[in-house]
Design a protein around this ligand. Structure first.
Ligand code: UD1
Length: 434
């Protein structure tokens, strides 16, 4: 059970979302800066002692968790409205606290930059959403190739390397986090590093752009081969991270699922290509203007086949939200999850609403049902929680979703945004006990 779970249970309350379904969503939704781009850029601010300012930050729980991790190792991390200024001057590279790092896997992204800049780092083993075992072997192997001694024990990993050196690294799988950690470490290593089979996600490209903006030299971002020339030091900057393609995608799916007319922006629609293709195939009408996308649908979607893949494949983070739309589509959709091994946590909850879903290994067979009814649901992780909201919005009657705090890890003011386009949704702190 996470710390947050414990906190919430102790006061006998479960933050809960109540949704009354059946309203088509209509209107515009503003998209925030990407959570998954913000987190690595915050970690990369450790590469320099000079201030880094990130405007337009979405104040999500995950962003605040990493901010607290940075503060706990001595970093100045000042909030000013929506802007965050990070100044990593006097750092204790041994001080990252277990209770914060265990909350979120992305905290492990501090390992690469800390090691590269200070020659040592002690980082607790990470936690994160309950979506599979999520090992960190690729991070460790890559850092070892760059010259790090790695020792683990008592829930911590300790890294030592007075000076990292460039290396040729082949990743067995294009892990987003491992690519990011290695990119940061290699940026302050001696000489050139080549990372093959690197992740090509837009968030990795954004991190590479940030590193280049603070004086680094990363080439090939967005391709499977990254070339990094290590620098002796880096400098501060002000940097705006890219829009959140997963947040945008979630609202587009909600628009299509409810038979609505929803415009999301600002976005880079290129980043959403795999989703837009699938929504079109399912029968939704899309208008793609490059920096915003409008989806319209009469609510009668067709079954489609979807396989999650590393970018530019269909994103695993939108698998659960899309499934929530396909449970009412005509026919049987075949969904295959290839990125994480345990990412169908939404399925038992969707079945409670009347969904017909069979799981066979990594494949889910989703047969559309004409009638979906509201139910009492429980969110298991961030994207599963988003899926339950979408299903509840398109179901008949009311649903309540407990453990809705998962949403706050990745969706900024989700209820407000959905209510602004006509959803009947509200958050209450309903007491678990009388
Ligand atoms: C990031 C995203 C997450 C998204 C995922 C895949 C952030 C903060 N999170 O997570 O939202 O779902 O990319 O797009 O950006 N793996 C290993 N060994 C490793 C590292 C990963 O086996 O050392 C495996 C994982 O167990 C998983 C797969 O690789 O099965 C993908 O993981 P990875 O790409 O690393 O995802 P994250 O960076 O954790």
């Amino acid at each position: 059970m996470s710390d947050r779970d414990t906190e919430v249970r102790q006061v006998g309350q479960l933050p809960e979302i109540v949704v009354r379904g059946g309203q088509p969503l209509r209107g515009e939704i503003q998209v925030e800066a990407s959570k998954n781009a913000t987190l690595p850029v915050m970690a990369a601010a450790l590469l320099t002692a000079e201030p880094v300012t990130l405007p337009g930050i979405p104040w999500l729980h995950d962003v605040d968790t990493l901010r607290r991790v940075l503060v706990s190792i001595g970093v100045g991390a000042e909030r000013d409205g929506r802007s965050l200024t990070i100044e990593a001057r006097d750092i204790d590279p041994f001080a990252a606290p277990e209770h914060l790092v265990r909350r979120m896997r992305a905290s492990f992204l501090i390992a690469g930059p800390l090691l590269a800049r200070f020659g040592v780092a002690r980082v607790p083993l990470p936690g994160g959403c309950a979506i599979g075992s999520r090992p960190i072997d690729l991070h460790l192997k890559g850092l070892q190739a760059l010259g790090a001694d790695v020792e683990s024990g008592n829930g911590y990993i300790e890294f030592r390397a007075p000076r990292l050196h460039g290396a040729n690294i082949y990743l067995d799988f294009p892990s987003v986090g491992a690519t990011e950690n290695l990119l940061m470490a290699a940026s302050l290593a001696d000489g050139w590093t080549v990372i093959e089979n690197a992740a090509q996600e837009p968030e990795v490209v954004d991190l590479a752009n940030f590193i280049n903006a603070i004086g680094g030299e990363v080439r090939g971002a967005g391709t499977p081969e990254l070339r990094v020339r290590g620098q002796s030091h880096m400098h501060g900057t002000t940097y705006q991270v890219i829009p959140d393609r997963i947040e945008a995608g979630t609202y587009l799916i909600a628009g299509a699922a409810t038979g609505g007319d929803v415009t999301v922006g600002p976005i880079v629609s290129e980043h959403l290509k795999p989703l837009l293709a699938k929504l079109r195939e399912a029968g939704a009408v899309l208008e793609d203007a490059g920096d915003y996308v409008r989806v319209t649908s009469d609510g009668s979607l067709q079954a489609i086949d979807v396989k999650t893949m590393p970018y530019p494949g269909f994103p695993t983070d939108l698998q659960a939200p899309l499934m929530a739309a396909l449970i009412r589509a005509k026919g049987t959709s075949v969904m295959t999850e290839t990125v994480f091994e345990n990412r169908y946590m939404q399925v038992p909850e969707l079945r409670r609403m009347g969904a017909d879903i069979k799981i066979e290994g990594r494949t889910a067979l989703v047969t559309g049902t004409s009638r979906l009814t509201g139910a009492s649901l429980r969110a298991s992780d961030l994207r599963a929680a988003a899926a339950l909201v979408i299903a509840a919005l398109s179901a008949e009657g009311a649903s309540d979703i407990s453990d809705a705090y998962h949403l706050d890890r990745g969706y900024y003011r989700l209820e407000e945004k959905l209510a602004s386009v006509g959803a009947e949704i509200e958050r209450c702190r309903c007491s678990e006990e009388p």
